[in-house]
Design a protein around this ligand. Structure first.
Ligand code: GTP
Ligand code: MG
Length: 139
């Protein structure tokens, strides 16, 4: 995995509220190329594994319950400086603090239902991409 890639999920709230198309549009308009994409619903075990770093946090059970509440869109994205630029595009974790024009500001309702995930490092981008996609499911 190069430093040009990041991983994202459009979360159940954004999918359920009909924002999938607009979110993908914002991602493409932000200069990201889609390397892989799939539509699926996580199992409890998968969500617990994906967010394993947060296992001891008080919001962990709520986070897992939310993430398995409906389908998501998972994708690998490519752009120079992908991880950092994508975090800028999506905005702060709490949509109330997210900058104007960011995906979370536009489409998220709360800190738990915050519309979209973006990897926080190159290392995690690779781990998360490999969690969802095999080598023959991407360019
Ligand atoms: P992700 O891209 O989803 O990983 O969000 P993030 O990197 O901006 O935040 P972080 O990894 O710290 O937290 C993961 C997810 O847990 C967030 O997206 C939130 O949905 C949820 N979360 C984080 N902090 C809180 C909190 O204080 N309360 C609640 N209810 N949820 C939280
Ligand atoms: Mg995170």
């Amino acid at each position: 995995m190069t430093t040009k890639r990041t991983f994202t999920m459009i979360k159940p709230d954004a999918v359920n509220n009909g924002h999938t198309g607009n979110v993908i549009n914002d991602i493409l308009a932000g200069g990201f190329k889609i390397i892989a994409m799939k539509y699926l619903q996580l199992t409890k075990e998968q969500a617990e594994n994906f967010y394993g770093v947060h296992r001891e946090r008080p919001f962990f059970n709520d986070l897992v319950t939310f993430m398995i509440s409906g389908p998501i869109v998972a994708a690998i994205l490519e752009k120079e400086n992908a991880v950092e630029d994508f975090r800028t595009l999506i905005g702060a974790t709490n949509p109330e603090n997210a900058a104007e024009g960011t995906i979370r500001r536009k489409y998220a309702k709360s800190i738990d239902a915050n519309a979209i995930h973006g990897s926080d490092s190159n290392e995690n981008a690779a781990i998360e991409s490999n969690f969802f996609f095999s080598s023959f499911e991407r360019f």
